[in-house]
Design a protein around this ligand. Structure first.
Ligand code: G6Q
Length: 537
């Protein structure tokens, strides 16, 4: 990349345009164009995407699209889909999109078509899932499996948890699913409460099979199971692994037949549609799982082929960048108005922040501009009764994504009307607020008027879908994945490595022996030394 981002023509034009836009009120934009709510919306791929409540005009969008062009978003996207090694710091292809490529398609990595490999694993997962769901798979004592515990962390946990919760409605209700991620022993202790080892299956999900937390939990699970089942050969009936490290998995005692593999071209946080989704498939069955893959693939195709003007992830990514880099917004809120999506914001935190939380470009230069924003959120309407106050009347600008469904999976009138009315009302209130005059006409005492004014002009997007389903979940996930990609390309950073996670891991390894052996000399800074000393005593 020869020109730095801030030297591009498009960036400079956006800077000038920002000066014209920074005080423009959305209210005026809606008055000037009575059709704005229809013009700034897309209905693509079963998603109604309303982006009219943003501080943008047609010119803003044109300039943002120019920026995307000048930074090579399309070319880089093609390179990703074709399996070029765009994760340059790790010299890897980035092909989570291949995980949902239809049977029969061709994607080459180092000259090998990887699509048949992907489908072989999917078939193996389906076979295993069917056996667990039907009771054909028996535990060591001959009982059927009733409990499934996924042990994994980060990308090997957040996707499976989120997807299980999101698709619980479609899950086999005779099976219990629990997830252990934290190295805090309480996580494991609580997960096995009330369960019998001879009815429990552990899925050890770890790409590397070396992660401290997962290995500690896997070992504890092994001890827990064997304290009841006694015979080490029971491990083969109660433990399976999802990993790329066959050697370490086998050492652990897991039958090589029961390893579900994936590849180095799938990043952890992009792996929920790889074999890391095994718990999801056991929960919802292979057919529903394939519907989820279909949804992911449809969004991949939309992103790959739609022109920028009609491309949901492109517009999302650009809007985020507009607020982050020009308005100085620090965070982005995501509020799903659907209880099943309650872990979606947590999932997105990793996807977005681990991907774009970088301050060095692909060329190794420190950026002179802001990159990844802080993602956060909770399901609506709960958030409305807590932190929404700050978004409405606080001093920070917080662009917000609302996600809702027309139909509830649980038809209990009038709940859905109440839920969706609230979602729509929040976007309206954020954009248009309430003026002092409007407050006065309500007869509010003069000394309280200022307190009851809502400034408005606070941006939001609304994503409206038909109903929560495996396919729609797939679409939502891929939509955010590609929006992250768009931003990463424009910022010129690598969304696919995570060097920042490494340092803490290394330092913890140094401190573990110092906690365990109190005679060891400690040579850290005075704060770290004192903390270690406090724990030792
Ligand atoms: C994700 C990260 C990270 C990773 C975990 C677990 O993109 O790389 O969250 O998923 O550290 O790693 P393992 O699957 O190797 O245990």
């Amino acid at each position: 990349m020869s020109t730095t981002l801030t030297n591009t023509l498009a960036w400079k034009s956006l800077g000038k345009h920002f000066n014209e836009m920074k005080d423009v009120q959305m209210k005026s934009l809606f008055v000037e164009d009575g059709n704005r709510g229809n013009r700034f919306k897309l209905k693509e791929n079963g998603i109604y995407f309303d982006y009219s409540k943003h501080r943008i005009t047609d010119e803003t969008l044109t300039l943002l699209f120019n920026l995307a062009k000048e930074r090579g978003v399309e070319e880089r996207g093609n390179a990703m889909f074709l399996g070029e090694k765009i994760n340059t710091t790790e010299n890897r292809a980035v092909l989570h999109t291949a995980l949902r490529a239809p049977k029969g398609s061709t994607i080459l990595v180092d000259g090998r078509n990887i699509v048949p490999d992907v489908h072989a694993v999917l078939d193996k997962m389906a076979d295993f899932s069917n056996k667990i769901r039907s009771g054909e798979w028996k535990g060591f004592t001959g009982k059927r499996i009733k409990n499934i515990i996924n042990i994994g962390i980060g990308g090997s946990d957040l996707g499976p948890v989120m997807a299980y919760e999101a698709l619980k409605y479609f899950s086999a209700r005779n099976l219990v699913f629990r997830f252990v991620s934290n190295v805090d022993g309480s996580d494991f202790a609580e997960a096995v409460q009330g369960l019998d080892a001879d009815e429990t299956l552990f899925i050890i999900s770890s790409k590397t099979f070396t992660t401290l937390e997962t290995m500690a939990n896997a070992q504890t699970a092994r001890n827990w199971a064997l304290s009841y089942l006694k015979d080490p050969s029971a491990v083969a009936r109660h433990f399976v692994a999802v990993s790329t490290n066959e050697k370490e998995v086998t050492k652990f005692g897991i039958d090589p037949q029961n390893i579900f593999g994936f590849w180095d071209w799938v990043g952890g946080r992009y792996s929920m549609s790889a074999a890391i989704g095994l718990s999801t498939m056991i929960a919802i069955g292979s057919e529903h799982y394939h519907s989820m893959l279909k949804g992911l693939h449809e969004m991949d195709e939309h992103f790959r082929t739609a022109p920028f003007e009609k491309n949901i992830p492109v517009i999302m990514g650009l809007l985020g960048l507009w607020y982050n880099n020009f308005f100085g917004a620090q965070t982005q809120a995501v509020f799903p108005y659907d209880k099943y999506l309650h872990r979606f914001p947590a999932y997105l935190q990793q996807l977005t922040m681990e991907s774009n939380g970088k301050s060095v470009t692909l060329d190794g230069v420190t950026t002179d501009y802001q990159t990844g924003v802080v993602y956060w959120g909770e399901p609506g309407t709960n958030g409305q009764h807590s932190f929404y106050q700050l978004i409405h009347q606080g001093t920070k600008l917080i662009p917000t994504d609302f996600i809702g469904f027309k139909k509830s999976l649980n038809n209990l009138p009038p709940h859905q009307d109440y839920l969706i009315a609230n979602m729509i009302a929040q976007g309206e209130a954020l954009a248009f607020g309430k003026t002092a005059d409007e407050v006065r006409t309500e007869g509010v005492q003069e000394q309280l008027v200022a307190h009851k004014v809502f400034e408005g002009n606070r941006p939001s997007s609304t994503f409206f879908l038909d109903q929560m389903s495996p396919e729609n979940l797939g679409k939502l996930v891929a939509m955010y994945e590609h929006a992250v990609f768009v931003q990463g390309v424009i910022w010129g950073i690598n969304p696919y490595d995570q060097m920042g996670v490494e340092l803490g891991k290394v330092l913890a390894q140094n401190i573990i022996p110092e906690l365990q052996d109190t005679s060891k000399a400690i040579n850290h800074d005075s704060s770290t030394n004192a903390l270690i000393d406090f724990y030792r005593k």
